[in-house]
Design a protein around this ligand. Sequence first.
Ligand SMILES: Cc1cc2nc3c(=O)[nH]c(=O)nc-3n(C[C@H](O)[C@H](O)[C@H](O)COP(=O)(O)OP(=O)(O)OC[C@H]3O[C@@H](n4cnc5c(N)ncnc54)[C@H](O)[C@@H]3O)c2cc1C
Length: 389
Amino acid sequence: MATYDVLVIGAGNLGLWTAYHLARQGVKRIAVCERAWAGFGATTRSAGMVRQQGGSRTASLLGRDARTLYLQLGQELGLDSGFTELGYYILAETAEEKANYQELVAIRRELGIENEWIDAEEGRRRFPAVNWDYFIGATYAPTDGYVHPLTVARNITYGVLRTAAIDLHEMTAVEAIGWSGGRYLARTTRGVFEAERVVDAGGPRGARTIGAMVDVNVPVSATRHQVVTYPTAPPELGDRFPLLFTVANGFYIRPEEQGVLLGMSNPREDADSSNSYQVEFDVGFYEDLRPVWEARVPSLAGRRVSRAWAASIDYTPDHLPIIDEPRDGFYVLAAGGHGMMWGPALGMKMAELIVRGAVSDLPDEDIKLDRFTAPRARKDAIALPFPAR
Ligand SMILES: Cc1cc2nc3c(=O)[nH]c(=O)nc-3n(C[C@H](O)[C@H](O)[C@H](O)COP(=O)(O)OP(=O)(O)OC[C@H]3O[C@@H](n4cnc5c(N)ncnc54)[C@H](O)[C@@H]3O)c2cc1C
C-alpha cells in the first residue's frame, strides 16, 4: 500500500497546482491520482480566457494571482508560460450592467489591477470591429489575456514531475474512499493509497462523485459548453485583437493561431448528470446564436469553421469557487467554471488551507460549502449563463 501525507484526486489544472503549492509549502509526500492523463478533463478542452476582471472581489483577486503564477512558472521552467496578454473588453448592454461594472472597476483597482470603464464612443475609436450600437460601454483591462490550455497543462505537469515530493499516478481511478485508523484509504484501479488528507479536485466529471464516496454533497454540476475556431481572422480584427465577452449574449472571442476562437453557452441546456463527457457539438445552437455575434462583430459573418468542439464545463450555483474542508482531512476544490483563469491561485489557496488551516484574503461566504445551505442572492456578476437547474 502506498502511503502519503496528501492524496489529490484529479490531475486537472486545480489538482496539479494544488500538489505543486503543497510541495512548496513543505509537504513531503504528495500523490496525485488521475484516472486518465494529466489535463484530460475540462482543462485541455477549455478556451483559456484569463480575466482579472472578475465579477466580485474574490474573482478578481483569484484572476490577478493566477495570471502572475502562470508567468512565474514559465520563468521557473524556462518555457513559454502559455499566457498571451492582449487586453480584454467586458461589454455592457444595460444601465444595470454599467452600474455594476463601474463598481467593479473600483474594487479591482483596490487590488492593484489596471482596468477602466469606457463608454461606447471611446469603444468605437479603440475597437471599431465591434458594433458598439449594441453596447453602452465596457470595462477594459490591458493586462488580461488568454492561456493556451495545452501549454499550461504541460507546464504544471512538468512542474509537478520535477518535484521530488510529488508522485503523479496516471491511469489510476479512485473508486472508493474508506477510513481506518485515522487515515483515508482510497481504493483505486492500481491498488490502495493511504493518506492523512484527501483533496477532491475531480472537476465537472468527478468532484460530485468523489464527494459522495465520503458522504459529502459537492454542488459541482456539469453542462455542455461549445467552442469554434475560424482559420483566419478578418482584416477588421487583425490577428492580435483584444479579447471580448458579452455576458448578456453568452459568447466571447479571442485570437487563436492566425484566426479566431469563439466560445458560447446555451442557458436553456440542463445540467447533465450522466457522468460522461458531453462531446457532441450542438450545430443547432451554434446556428441559433450566430446572428447574435454576427450583428455584434460583423466581420465574423459567414466565416468558415476550422475546428469545433463541445465539452463538459463545471459550475457552482453562484459561479464562485469551493475551497473547503467539509470533513476532517477531506478537502473540496472547485472552480465554478473558471478553472483556467483561477486554477493556479485556487491551488495555492487550497495548499494554504491544508498547511495553515485557513485561507487568506477570501471571505468564507465566497468559498465555503455551507453557503449553499440557504438561498443565496449573491452571484458572481461576470459568468456565462449556465443552466438554472
Ligand atoms: C469548452 C470549455 C471552455 C472553457 N473555457 C474556459 C475559459 O476560457 N476560462 C476558464 O477559466 N475556464 C474555462 N473552462 C472551465 C475550465 O476548463 C475548468 O473550470 C477547469 O478546467 C476545471 O479544472 P479541474 O482541475 O477542476 O477539472 P478537470 O480539468 O476536469 O480535472 C479533473 C480531473 O479529475 C479526474 N478525475 C475525476 N474523477 C476521478 C477519479 N475518481 N479518480 C481519478 N481521477 C479522477 C478527471 O479525469 C480529470 O482529469 C472551460 C471549460 C470548457 C469545457
